[in-house]
Each structure stands twice: as structure tokens, then as C-alpha cells.
Design a protein around this ligand. Structure first.
Ligand SMILES: Cc1ncc(C[n+]2csc(CCOP(=O)(O)OP(=O)(O)O)c2C)c(N)n1
Ligand SMILES: [Mg+2]
Length: 359
């Protein structure tokens, strides 16, 4: 199916239209329970994201990168993954974390400023969030090489934004993956901005997906607000990767509905009209229409899903806030096996500046 959509011709994979009608031969054919699960994950993601913003405004969480508008991309790609696959995420991946079963309390704990929240529980193949833009791409390719070398039946998924495609790491990673046919699935979440830099300033190419062509593998642009399109493309790319067919680049075409982070004000560089235009393409609303057509959605179900999401979120907040905050030492202790003298001095200075309980 990926091959049917040529990014060089401006073709984009889309399963659901604006009214939630699916193109029959593109519909991934999920069972009713699986379809509802996709929706419930998106609702949880939106609820958890909104809560994170509130916590930040109340001084209970640090700088935060919101996921509003990315729910279909995040949930769609992670729902296609198998337990043995590996995930190399970036900093805007809440829905993927929730879908893969990462404890939300840990995720909040990380954004509350404690690295302990990024210690992945046993049994989950998730690397820590990459804050340096694009650095996860060559790391994911390295994991792909390892999977191939060890003849494991797994694939490696990595996510990154449109901005990351201008980094050397992106080129080096994808070039290597193309040469050695590594089992990688690269998902570029193109939300049209890298902070204030619009997509048009990122590359002269018409799409990001077409960059795969030059690396010698398939690239496909999908509607990133269509959870079934993202799911279908990722599922196929994963099957190709696991089967020895090499890497795929998926460009999930979407829009960042919120600010870049809580330290940003997007109103300074984009128009209200543009944002409103994308509000009409809301990924949850479109999928609700699809579920409604299949008689899988009604008001009572919506209430149930919202209540469960609220409970899920509140429980995670209580759990995260019950944990001790990061100590001053945490900032220094994991960079070197023993702290060098110059850093010892800085640590002592930092401790002296903190109140008694935070040292
Ligand atoms: C190597 C590097 N350069 C700059 C930054 C600062 N920075 C953080 S996010 C960001 C923009 C990323 O844009 P994009 O890749 O499109 O992802 P998005 O935030 O839109 O999801 C920049 C420049 C960084 N974290 N790492
Ligand atoms: Mg971006």
C-alpha cells in the first residue's frame, strides 16, 4: 500500500475523509474493540496533555512540549508496534508512551524535572526521550544494526519532527539505514513548525517523505490527523522491516495546535486563521465520526471514555507528586563515573544555594 502513494507526485495516504468515511481498500480492517482502543488512547492522550499544561501553569511541572493535534500520529504509530519492537522517541510523544504502556506517572515525573521518570520499566523497549533534535536517529539505526546482527524478529521505530530533517544526524542515519537495509521505521511528525521556523524554511523539497528516495528506500506521506492512515502505514513498514525489506520513512502530515513548549507563544508567528483551519481537521473528531458510522460511538460511550481518562490522569498525577523531587546531585551524578573536581565545585555551590530540604 505504501508503494501506491508516491511522495514525488504529491500523493498522500489518507483512509478517512472529513466526514469519517473510510476508503474501503485502504481501511486496515481492525476489529471493533481495536478501533475503540485507538479512540480511547487518543482521548487519554488529550486528557493527559491538557493536565500537563495545567500543572505547568501551577508550577507543579517544568517546561513542557504539548502534544495537542498529534494524537492520531502518536497513537497510530505506536498501536502498530509489537512488544519486541524498539522505540526511540523525541520530546513530543505522549500518545506513543501511553499506547506502549509506559506509566504516565513516570512520564510526568520526568517533566517535573526528575530523570528517574525516564527509567523505562523492564519489559518495555523504549529508549529515553531525545531532547537534542535528531540525535535519536543514528541511535535508532544502531539499534537496527544490532537487531539485524542478532537476527531478532523486531523492528526499530524512531520519531522526530520536521525540524530534525535539517540535522546532520538525520542524513547520516537514513543514509546508513539505506545502505545496510536496517530494519528501521522512521516517522517524521511534520507539524509544520520547528519552534517558529516554518516547514518551508526547512527544505526546498516538496515533501519530507521524498527524501527517502535519495537514500534508496520507500517514503510515504500520510495524513497525520487520520489515525487509521498512520496505523496502516506503520504496520506495513514494520512488516517490511521485520521481513528483511529494509527501512521506510513515513511523514505524518499534521499541525502543532499548541505552543512549541510552555516557554513559547505561537501567536507571534502564525495566524489565528491558520490554527482555525486545522481545528476543523481535529483527529479525534474525525475518528469519532468514523466510529459513529460503525455504531461504535454514542454519548454514553463518550462519557464513559472521558471519565476513565480523567481517572487515569488524576491517578498518575498523585503518584508522580508523591515521589521525592530530584536532588541537586542528580544533575551531576550520571555524566561521569566519578564527579570531576571542577564539577564538585559547582555541585557544592548549587547545594549551598538551595533550601535545606532540597540539597
Ligand atoms: C541539536 C538541537 N538544536 C536545537 C535545539 C532546540 N530545539 C528544541 S526543539 C526545536 C525545534 C524542533 O522542531 P521539530 O523537529 O519540527 O519538532 P517539533 O518541536 O515541531 O515537534 C529546537 C530547535 C535542540 N533541542 N537540539
Ligand atoms: Mg515540527
Amino acid at each position: 500500500m505504501i508503494e501506491r502513494f508516491n511522495p514525488l507526485k504529491g500523493e498522500r495516504l489518507r483512509v478517512l475523509d472529513d466526514e469519517g468515511r473510510a476508503v474501503p481498500d485502504l481501511d486496515p480492517g481492525l476489529a471493533d474493540a481495536e478501533l475503540r482502543l485507538l479512540y480511547e488512547r487518543m482521548v487519554r492522550t488529550r486528557a493527559a496533555d491538557a493536565k500537563a499544561l495545567k500543572l505547568q501553569r501551577q508550577g507543579r511541572l517544568g517546561t513542557y512540549a504539548p502534544s495537542l493535534g498529534h494524537e492520531a500520529a502518536q497513537v497510530g504509530l505506536a498501536s502498530a508496534m509489537a512488544r519486541d519492537d524498539w522505540f526511540f522517541p523525541y520530546f513530543r510523544d505522549l500518545g506513543a508512551y501511553i499506547t506502549l504502556g509506559y506509566p504516565l506517572a513516570d512520564y510526568y515525573h520526568f517533566w517535573m524535572g526528575n530523570e528517574a521518570g525516564m527509567r523505562t520499566p523492564d519489559g518495555l523497549n523504549i529508549f529515553p526521550i531525545a531532547i537534542p533534535v535528531g540525535s535519536q536517529v543514528p541511535q535508532a539505526v544502531g539499534a537496527g544494526i544490532a537487531v539485524k546482527y542478532r537476527k531478532l524478529s523486531a523492528a526499530v521505530v524512531t520519531t522526530f519532527g520536521d525540524g530534525a530533517t535539517s540535522e546532520g544526524d538525520f542524513h547520516e542515519g537514513l543514509n546508513y539505514a539505506g545502505v545496510y537495509r536496517t530494519p528501521n521505521v522512521f516517522v517524521c511528525v511534520n507539524n509544520q513548525f520547528a519552534i517558529s521556523v516554518p516547514r518551508s524554511r526547512q527544505t526546498g523539497a516538496a515533501t519530507l517523505a521524498q527524501k527517502a528516495v535519495a537514500y534508496g528506500f520507500a517514503g510515504v506521506q500520510v495524513d497525520g490527523n487520520d489515525v487509521l492512515a498512520v496505523f496502516a502505514a506503520t504496520r506495513e513498514a514494520l512488516a517490511i522491516a521485520r521481513g528483511g525489506g529494509g527501512p521506510t520513512l513515513i511523514e505524518a502530515f499534521t499541525y502543532r495546535m499548541g505552543d512549541h513548549t510552555t516557554s513559547d507563544d505561537a501567536a507571534r508567528y502564525r495566524t489565528k486563521e491558520e490554527v482555525q483551519e486545522w481545528e476543523r481537521r481535529d483527529p479525534l473528531a474525525r475518528f469519532r465520526l468514523y466510529l459513529g458510522r460503525k455504531r461504535l460511538w454514542d454519548e454514553a460511550y463518550e462519557k464513559e471514555v472521558q471519565a476513565a481518562a480523567a481517572e487515569f490522569v488524576e491517578k498518575a498525577v498523585s503518584e508522580a507528586e508523591a515521589r521525592p523531587p530530584a536532588s541537586a546531585e542528580d544533575i551531576f551524578s550520571s555524566t561521569y563515573s566519578s564527579i570531576p573536581p571542577a564539577l564538585e565545585v559547582q555541585l557544592a555551590e548549587l547545594k549551598a544555594s538551595l533550601p535545606e530540604g532540597r540539597r
